[in-house]
Every structure is written in C-alpha cells, then in structure tokens.
Design a binder for this molecule. Structure first.
Ligand code: NAD
Length: 260
C-alpha cells in the first residue's frame, strides 16, 4: 500500500508530459493518491483530460489563477465532488518574455513585474486561502515549486527571481498562518528541467550544461526526482516538516561552481 493511499490531492500545472506537475502527479498516483487536475484555457482541456485518464482520474477543472472567479469555482467544484482535500500542488509560473531575458533592468517594467508576481507568487497563497475549508482538519499539506533564482542571481531569470523570492517567503508566512489548523506548507526548489515554461528562459540549455558539470551528482534532476520528494512532502511521512524549501537539484545549490 502506498503512503498516499486514500489521499485526495489537487495538482495544478500539468501542461505536458514534461511538466514537473506531471512527475508529481505520477509519483502521488504510484503512492495511491486520488488526483484532480486543472487546466488553463479551453484549448488545453482535452490534453489535460488525457493525462488525467492515464492517472486514473476524471476530475479535471478549469483554473486560470489570474481569475478570482475561476479560483473560487475550482474549490466549489471540489467541495461538491470530493468534500475535502488532503493536498494541493501549486506548479504554476509565468513571466512576460522580456522580463526573463538579457539585462535585468532593461527587461524590467511595472507591467511585467505585476504579471510575474500575480501569476507566479500571489496565486499560491490565494489558492490555499480558497481551499482552506476543504483542507482543514485533515493533516493536509500544500506545496509549491521554486527555483534557485530566488536566492542567487541566475542569468536571464531576472524578474522571475523576484517573484520566486516572494513565493518562498509566502511558504513561511503560510506555514505560520495555517500551521495551527494542522496544515503544512512547503516548497521544492527544483534544479533546471527542460519544460515548456523553462524554454521561455533565454539560454536555458547552457544552464542545464553548467549544472551537469558542477552539481555534486554530475547530472540534472528529472521530474521523477522532484515527484518523489513532492509525494513525500505531501504525505504524513513529512508530518513534522513545514515552512521549508527543499532543494531537489542534484546538490547544485550547495557548491561554488568553478572553485573545486
Ligand atoms: P510547465 O510549462 O510544464 O508548467 C507551467 C504551468 O504553469 C503550466 O501548466 C501552465 O498552464 C501554468 N500556468 C501559467 N499561467 C497560468 C495561469 N494564469 N493560471 C494557472 N496556471 C498557469 O513548466 P514547469 O517547469 O513544470 O513549471 C512548473 C513550476 O515549476 C513553475 O512554478 C516553475 O517556475 C517551477 N520550476 C521549474 C523549473 C524548471 O527548470 N523547469 C525549475 C524550478 C522550478
């Protein structure tokens, strides 16, 4: 029996079979969880329904996090379909292309800043706030995905780095806010993985090569690596862990590249 047997988990952010959320959904399923997935925009509904079917789920809901009504509707639907939620995975990020390329200041604008922070940072606590009635009283767990660019300068990551720093701070404030209700909040700082979102970052391929060269494990991580840690953090095996950002990055963040 898997360690997520009987748990009901909402996984956002499955867009392709390379999505980190797809790796998380697969790992959770392997551990026995029942899943609901979300999609953004009608043209992706069919595709996400296909992934849901693969994962033994038929609960697929529209949820564009820039729309308060869609957020509210998602949890109203979950309330009537499931009545409760044991886990919520936020695997969502977006920044306008000019804000994740070249010089930080050149790509900076009020609009790009607002969009990056709205979609990539605000949406995590906003989803948790809307999900609260479903999460309460179940030792439930919420999880988001972040990146090293929140802590250190990573070329081209720019405005997204600011949004991820805000997201990481939200993990700690959330943990403090929902901890007394028995709900845990954590983040995974994943190493670079070639996904659709990552392909928006200029020169992403050179980041992958650099990590492979200098990370202690001399490789990049996979969505399976991230998925397995996510399943653990969502489960009661991690009952004592909250407010944490766990690096799943083959150790890259622990070294000073080029100084070995
Ligand atoms: P992906 O392109 O597969 O997933 C990004 C997801 O964000 C998509 O499912 C997309 O639909 C969703 N999204 C974008 N705008 C949205 C909106 N308005 N409402 C709801 N959803 C929206 O790419 P991914 O790399 O799997 O990204 C998932 C998360 O992992 C992101 O937060 C990303 O920053 C983070 N992350 C990625 C890497 C990497 O190298 N790929 C590393 C660390 C962290």
């Amino acid at each position: 029996m898997g360690f997520l047997q009987g748990k009901r988990i909402l996984v956002t952010g499955v867009l392709s079979n390379r999505s980190i959320a797809y790796g998380i959904a697969q790992a959770c399923r392997q551990q026995g969880a029942e899943l609901a997935l979300t999609y953004v925009g009608e043209r992706f509904e069919e595709r996400v329904r296909g992934f849901a079917a693969e994962l033994g789920s038929s609960l697929v809901l529209p949820c564009d996090v820039s729309d308060d009504q869609q957020i509210a509707q998602t949890f109203e639907s979950l309330q009537s379909e499931w009545g409760y939620l044991d886990g919520l995975v936020h695997s969502i990020g977006f920044a306008p292309r000019e804000a994740i390329a070249g010089d930080f200041l050149e790509g900076l604008s009020r609009e790009a800043f607002q969009i990056a922070h709205d979609i990539s940072a605000y949406s995590f606590p906003a989803l948790v706030k809307a999900a609260l009635p479903l999460l309460e009283g179940r030792n439930s767990s919420v999880l988001t995905l972040t990146y090293l660019g929140a802590e250190k300068v990573v070329p081209n990551y720019n405005t997204m780095g600011l949004a991820k720093a805000s997201l990481e701070a939200s993990v700690r404030y959330l943990a403090s806010s929902i901890g007394p209700r028995g709900i845990r909040a954590n983040g995974i700082s994943a190493g670079p993985i070639k996904t659709l979102a990552a392909s928006g970052i200029k020169d992403f391929g050179s980041i992958l090569k650099f990590v492979e060269k200098y990370a202690p494990l001399r490789r990049n991580v996979t969505i399976e690596d991230v998925g397995n840690v996510a399943a653990f953090l969502l489960s009661e095996l991690a009952a004592g862990v909250t407010g944490e950002i766990t690096h799943v990055d083959a150790g890259f963040s622990t070294v000073t590249p080029g100084m070995e």
